[in-house]
Design a protein around this ligand. Sequence first.
Ligand code: S3P
Length: 434
Amino acid sequence: MKFILEPGGCIAGEARVPGDKSMSHRSVMLGALADGTTRVRGFLEGEDALATLEAFRSMGVSIERGGAGEVTIHGVGLHGLEAPEAPLDLGNAGTGMRLLCGLMAGQPFDTRLTGDASLCSRPMGRVIDPLVLMGAAIDAREGGRPPLSITGGRPLHGIHYDLPMASAQVKSCVLLAGLYAEGRTSVTEPAPTRDHTERMLRGFGYPVEQENGVISLQGGGSLTAADIDVPADISSAAFFLVAASIAPGSDLLLSHVGINATRTGVLNILRLMGADITLLNEREVGGEPVADIRVRYAPLHGIDIPEDQVPLAIDEFPALFIAAACAEGRTVLRGAEELRVKESDRIAAMAEGLSTLGVANEVLEDGIVIDGGTLGGGEIRTHMDHRIAMAFAIAALRAEREIVVLDCDHVATSFPGFERLAGKLGLRIGARDD
Ligand code: S3P
């Protein structure tokens, strides 16, 4: 499927974007392993989170879907999973695979984890290394790539792990394996990353301590079912935050968005660039901060992005690069080498697309320099990455000519219905099968 975008337009109205992907994955995992029945509202019915849901079904967990983001999970307890008959296919989802890897290392049965071509090219050594230190046995393809074979029945023991990179997936993997480990498991991170695992574990009654930057838990406890209200995903909202910021005349209200401080780098960076963003009705829902966000057009200017914001905005850079392309002056990003191992190499993929549109940019090993200016048009390759597709779709608001975004099927991994909602809010978007 490809998106065809006519240039111009503005973004106006009210919308609630789909549920948070990180929390949706975790809600199924913890709900499945809890004692009792967990009811989830606002679940992201995108392919990534659904792949995790199917993985647990294939391990004997009964999960009902009520439609409109309602999911009921009949937990089997930490030791109640059954051996799956086939490999677990996590599709495109790095979060699904890396978190499951930690959980599967603690099971009495063998598992094989696989995924699509993009996932099977992503590095898993970063989770295999700490799990092996805990006593796990995991085989991967060359370079630590999936499919992964995890040997069951290996006793795990707690470790302290200093994360070599700021990664919530690695942190979560180690902590989840720690549920099955003898003794205490702890991690330190080089910079704070999203803390949904810690929050949700506590929400399920599992103590997680945090002291002087060390996050730890004791193995051998149990999880108690809890009701979860998943807020709208700020990573999906990001496309519309940028869209409204760059298109003159825009005025948009996004409701019920998760604004956990470990995720709000996109708000901080856009505000530094001059964006007009207001948080309304701030509240706490099920242990996570939530707000309605109003964003109106404002002229943006280029900035040096503060490096401490990078882990807090790690999924939002494709959208932010479009903001930079529409800003006056130069934007510089450094310290973002992790972007090279996302669903695509996002520095290379975005640079390629920006060049197609005639936006001057220079690729750095760990970032990019973008000179704001005029956006032309042309055909964009997404490298099968959902966020590259959506970023170049919103670029059309400021383009001079038609933009065709090729290979957009992966948008459904995180944002089912993107083109419908984007069209309703004012993007001149059409979708066509290739
Ligand atoms: C995620 C963590 C981040 C993020 C991903 C979701 C999570 O990955 O990019 O989309 O849910 O824990 P890293 O841990 O690789 O930074």
